[in-house]
Design a protein around this ligand. Structure first.
Ligand code: FES
Length: 285
């Protein structure tokens, strides 16, 4: 399987589908509350894995009920419920997918094609059952569950091997030694501009406003984009923010909180102090 998935990750021919499709998806819902909700920003982690529990659980339960006598109506209700619940789950997953690396989008497009087949099979199964064609409904449900299993396997690969949806700054507290670290002389930092320094192999983003310096991890928590190459944005509620150059995640420079996704994990923030003209950082308590 590893070899097959590696080939899928590098199948550049799929870019002819994924690149225009992701561009279309990204234009469909503008940056704002709805998009952030579907990414899972208020939750602090992606919404999609939570939403898929409902269709997968309902469909699997229906297929089990199909093996038991006198449970036809319950199975039909579960299939209807699962198919309806697949719609928000798909919406949230497709939005996440459209803000991914190209290799992730290649795997992702097959993941959601398999899931689209599953939804089609279960929708058809529901219709057949309502029309009284139970045997056909059961066969379609089995086909749908097989497609959903392939989709789930690829979803696992996306999340755990390719780290789509993971927090890409989680390792920093384990890498950076405790205590204060000198990162730069205050007077060598440009005012009201983003600067990058490296401490213990950890890239750090610095932003100076006069005598005050704020510091965040420079690797974006979404997919490791270089925040120092991003843009500054003065947000009316959150103050000065940095916008990631790769997929537009926006983080408050004051506390690292996510102002807009696709990132759902806050950006790691360091404590700062000035000591004898040197800017020092340490892990926040
Ligand atoms: S790497 Fe995707 S928004 Fe920063």
């Amino acid at each position: 399987m590893n070899r097959v998935l590696k080939k899928l990750e590098s199948a550049r021919d799929l870019d002819r589908i994924t690149l225009p499709l992701s561009g279309f998806v990204n234009r469909l819902i503008p940056v704002g509350k709805v998009r952030d909700l579907l990414h899972g920003v208020p939750l602090g982690h992606p919404l999609h894995p939570m939403l898929v529990q409902v269709p997968v659980g309902a469909w699997l339960s229906a297929v089990v009920l199909d093996r038991m006598p006198g449970t036809g109506r319950s199975a039909t209700v579960l299939i209807g419920l699962g198919t309806a619940a697949a719609v928000p789950a798909a919406a949230s997953g497709i939005l996440d997918w459209a803000k991914a690396h190209e290799s992730q989008m290649r795997v992702g497009v097959v993941h959601w094609a398999a899931n689209a087949v599953a939804v089609g099979c279960f929708a058809a199964s529901f219709v057949q059952r309502v029309r009284g064609r139970t045997a056909a409904g059961k066969r379609l449900a089995l086909a749908g569950l097989s497609a959903a299993t392939i989709g789930g396997y690829l979803g696992g690969h996306l999340a755990y091997r390719q780290a789509l949806g993971a927090n890409h700054v989680e390792d920093i507290p384990h890498v950076l030694a405790e205590g204060w670290h000198a990162v730069a002389a205050l007077d060598e930092l440009p005012d009201e501009a983003l600067t990058r320094r490296v401490v213990d192999a950890v890239p750090v983003l610095l932003y100076r406003e006069g005598e005050k310096v704020t510091a965040l991890a420079d690797r974006c928590s979404h997919l490791s984009g270089p925040l120092h190459e991003g843009a500054l944005d003065d947000n009316p509620e959150k103050g000065m923010c940095v916008v990631c150059p790769w997929h537009g995640s926006t983080f408050s420079l004051q506390d690292g909180s996510v102002v807009h996704g696709p990132a759902t994990s806050p950006q790691l923030r360091f404590r700062t102090r000035i000591s004898e003209g040197q800017v020092e950082i340490s892990l926040a308590a």
